[in-house]
Design a binder for this molecule. Structure first.
Ligand code: FES
Length: 94
């Protein structure tokens, strides 16, 4: 998985999170949605019609970005900051 697809501030500290059992590098202050998208992950969960869903509003209102974070389901990735060691499940690995 790519390290990142964006330019970080030179003094940004790296944060390792685990997404679907794969380590992803994020930067301190990133939201989970930013980290996933920068890591090339666009399918965050499946809708009721089983189509892949991806962030839409990026401000916490549409719930299109929900993922499981540290075994807690339906967390909004766009308003959740990354923490070192955080475990994120998109549901795409099953
Ligand atoms: S993208 Fe809309 S709630 Fe996260």
């Amino acid at each position: 998985m790519p390290d990142s697809r964006r330019i970080a501030s030179p003094d940004a500290r790296r944060v390792q999170i685990v997404v679907d059992d794969v380590e992803v590098t994020a930067f301190e202050g990133d939201t989970v949605a930013t980290a996933l998208l920068a890591g090339g992950i666009t399918a965050f969960h499946r809708g009721v019609d089983l189509t892949p869903r991806t962030p839409f509003c990026n401000m916490g209102t549409c719930f299109e970005c929900t993922v499981t974070i540290d075994d807690r389901r339906l967390r909004r990735a766009c308003v959740t900051p990354v923490r070192p060691g955080m475990r994120v499940e998109t549901g795409e690995s099953r």
